[in-house]
Design a protein around this ligand. Structure first.
Ligand code: ADP
Ligand code: MG
Length: 281
């Protein structure tokens, strides 16, 4: 780190909520994430695409403070995560981040409202009224006292989103949130994300689905842990990002057989291939 960077300390200049600086996650010979740099401003809706095993979940776990990179630095709101102790990291997880997974991880013997209240519990406030409000936002107030087994897959995913929303997170991290849903429920979830985005929430969503990805303002594509493409879907968001000094996402690592500087790739083919290839992760 140079002098200018170390003097910067905790100051979050540039309005970037998230800054990944040359991060890698290495398991033996596998570079699950390979030398990736990315900055995400407050309020952006970003999609991460790529086929199975390309490192999407690993990257999300690092951003969500569930895992640490082998190399590189992660800053959230200007604070370097590696400088935080376990208690401070737990606070970041509960105060800043809302997680939505493909697998629902609902407690089977608790009702929808109680499952939402589990998230509140970690905030030391348990308020059924707030839990019901959160369920209302996702269109499930009349299902609040049902058990997960009495809910459809789409309804269970909406309970998970209500659970993620209960603490008003600045950042929603969603890993294949529509992976198990039919088209109708996919649309409901996307509409919810759209509303959250309009309210200023930053959203990072991992998806195989080209349609889901196209709703985001920007898409990045991973292949074997390497960033192989970046595409903006909103010229306005791009202009804003550049005006605030945002840099293109980048990697110094290379995909086998690819020439350095190959960005951007065609986003449609790999996602389609991945979709028909099927990801069981
Ligand atoms: P994706 O979510 O894109 O399907 P992952 O992030 O789950 O990909 O995995 C990326 C690569 O890292 C894969 O090759 C996977 O086998 C490997 N990997 C992920 N987690 C571990 C782990 N805990 N130990 C060893 N290898 C892992
Ligand atoms: Mg995954």
């Amino acid at each position: 780190m140079n002098k200018e960077q170390s003097e910067r300390g905790n100051v979050n200049d540039g309005g970037m909520l998230l800054e990944l600086d040359h991060i890698s996650k290495i398991y033996g010979d596998v570079h699950a994430v390979d030398d990736l740099s990315l900055t995400v401003p407050q309020g952006e809706w970003l999609a991460i695409v790529g086929s199975s095993g390309s490192g999407k979940t690993t990257l999300m776990n690092i951003i969500g403070c569930l895992d640490t990179p082998t190399e590189g630095t992660v800053r959230l709101e200007g604070r370097r995560l590696e400088d935080l102790n376990a208690g401070q990291l737990a606070d970041v997880r509960k105060d800043v981040i809302g997680l939505v997974f493909q697998k629902f991880y609902l407690v089977p013997h608790l009702t929808a409202a109680e499952n939402v209240m589990v998230a509140q519990y970690y905030h030391s406030v348990v308020d059924e009224r707030q839990a019901l409000e959160a369920l209302d936002k996702v269109g499930l107030k009349d299902r609040a006292h049902h058990l997960p087994s009495q809910l459809s897959g789409g309804e269970q995913q909406r309970v998970c989103i209500a659970r993620a929303l209960i603490n008003c997170p600045k950042l929603i991290l969603a890993d294949e949130p529509t992976g198990n849903l039919d088209e109708k429920n996919e649309r409901i979830v996307l509409d919810l994300f759209r509303t959250l985005h309009e309210q200023g929430t930053t959203i990072i969503v991992v998806t195989h689905d080209a349609l889901v990805a196209s709703c985001a303002q920007r898409e990045i594509m991973l292949n074997h842990g390497v960033l192989v493409g970046e595409k903006w879907n909103s010229d306005e968001a791009r202009a804003q990002y550049e005006a605030m000094g945002g840099r293109p996402a980048s990697t110094d690592a290379q995909v086998e057989g690819a020439q350095h500087g190959d960005l951007p790739v065609d986003f449609n083919d790999p996602t389609k291939t991945a979709k028909t290839g099927g990801d069981v992760r």
